[in-house]
Design a protein around this ligand. Structure first.
Ligand code: SF4
Length: 466
């Protein structure tokens, strides 16, 4: 255990003592990706160990933490909108307001916070998350406002307490940061360069999760298939690559499914494809971010692959793993995108036939090369293209869904449906939501379900009794 962590654990104890018997509540608001969700689980773990219990009601919160994202513009609007509401609650009950995450690594946002929202108590960045107990202690004990942001890459910190949001599926971060500098993306500026976790720490975390009864693991990183390829990777472990890691996680008893996000197409090496093929627990749906189907736009995005290389990779994977399917991310309206370039994107979508497409309208991020490009696309054009892409994607999803009807799918049962308490809900290996009637005892098990009908965003099934 590093000295840093011992210091933080001491601060956790100190705050816990101060809070004893006060019945304090906290609320955490998470924006953005699964990495942020996983960071929030770590923040929650620290906070709960300091004597707070979770609430969903902002009105009764003694501590409100915003874990922010800066990938899309609307996240800023959401944060600033919500801050107004929290100010009122702070005035009423002295609520402590802490704001952390990617957005706090952006200097112009921090300046705006100080000028327009000066009532915050703590701001912390992506590299100082583990110091939250010390920051909170200083706020409570010395009653001063804390700004704890580091511009240099933080260390990987092991051993923080964690409170997970789910008891069947868990995310495990395998690396932080990104070296790729795609020209639309702010992540490398706010999360720093790639730092891989020690494989043995990852494997121990997964073993521990398996012991607790978790069934599905998602390995997380901005660019998972460059795991152990850059930065300090001198670890005492037989695991030397992402492919090795997949094979080792696959051996852990109790874990039934392994997913990972996100790989970069340029780094998708054959050893990883072979590991996906050979490991029975690795789901045969691969999230392969396309971003654009036009080689010209991909070059402007600094993605380092062409349309042809992307399609060749998909073909190679389909040959090596016949039942493999894909999901993807696509950005519409990147600067300079012509109608012809956009048609290339539609062409790739038609050819690959993705199971799921996460579609985004390009949004300018201050500090990225994309924001400085002069050939920005008018909003109206972006929206027209987005609608066209959406129509194509929804048509394909509907076609895909029809192929499931009549098949038997292995479904990991996640719980009772949120919209109908009589139904259970779970997911197929290919990540399709399946709803069916069944006993709650099935939650956490993989069950064979016969698909009887399809709907746009879910399938309906019945237990296969054979
Ligand atoms: S690979 Fe590109 S899109 Fe992904 S985090 Fe890195 S810079 Fe951003």
């Amino acid at each position: 255990m590093s000295l840093n962590i011992e210091e933080e654990l001491n601060y956790i104890e100190k705050v816990k003592k101060i809070n004893q018997g006060k019945n304090l509540k906290y609320l955490i608001l998470t924006m953005g990706c699964q990495l942020n969700e996983n960071d929030s689980e770590k923040i929650s773990g620290m906070i709960e160990n300091m004597g707070y219990t979770k609430t969903e009601d902002i009105e009764e919160s003694d501590l409100v933490v915003f874990n922010t994202c800066c990938v899309r513009e609307n996240a800023e609007d959401r944060l600033f909108g919500k801050l107004g509401e929290v100010k009122r609650i702070k005035e009423k009950r002295g609520t402590i307001i802490a704001i952390g995450g990617c957005m706090m690594q952006e200097k112009h946002i921090v300046e705006k916070m100080k000028q327009s929202y000066p009532f915050f108590d703590i701001i912390f960045g992506t590299h100082t998350l583990h110091k939250f107990p010390k920051d909170l202690y200083t706020k409570i004990f010395e009653n001063k406002r804390i700004e704890d942001i580091l511009d240099i890459d933080g260390e990987i910190i092991e051993g923080l307490p964690i409170t997970r949001n789910d008891n069947i599926k868990a995310s495990v971060t395998i690396m932080n940061g990104c070296n790729n500098f795609c020209t639309y993306c702010i992540v490398p500026y706010v999360r720093g360069r790639e730092r891989s976790r020690n494989p043995e720490d990852i494997l121990n975390e997964v073993r521990d999760l398996a012991k607790q009864g978790y069934k599905e693991i998602t390995l997380l990183g901005q660019n998972v298939n460059s795991y152990l390829r850059s930065g300090n990777v001198d670890f005492d472990s037989n695991v030397k690559s992402f492919a090795d890691l997949l094979r080792e996680v696959n051996k852990i008893d109790g874990i039934e499914r392994i997913r990972f996000i996100s790989p970069h197409p340029k780094d998708f090496t054959d050893d990883v494809i072979e590991a996906i093929r050979d490991c029975d627990k690795v789901c045969k749906i691969i999230h392969l971010p396309l971003q654009s189907g036009s080689s010209q736009v991909l070059k402007a995005m600094n993605r380092k692959y062409t349309k042809e290389q992307y399609l060749n990779l998909v073909e190679k994977m389909k040959k090596m793993i016949p039942d493999i399917v894909f999901s993807t991310d696509i950005i519409v309206g990147f600067p300079g995108e012509t109608q012809e370039n956009f048609e290339d994107t539609l062409d790739v979508v038609r050819k690959v036939h993705f199971e799921q497409v996460y579609m985004f309208i390009y949004s300018r991020r201050v500090g990225t090369p994309g924001d400085r490009m002069e050939n920005q696309i008018p909003e109206k054009v972006k929206h027209t293209r987005f609608d066209e892409l959406k129509e194509l994607v929804e048509g394909q999803i509907s076609e895909n869904n029809q192929k499931y009807v009549g098949t038997i799918q292995k479904v990991l049962v996640e719980g009772v449906s949120k919209t109908n308490s009589e139904l259970l809900t779970g997911r197929t290996d290919s990540n399709k939501v399946v709803n069916f009637y069944g006993s709650e005892e099935l939650i956490g098990n993989v069950v064979e379900i016969k698909i009887i009908s399809e709907h746009m965003w879910y399938l309906k099934g019945e237990i296969n009794r054979r």
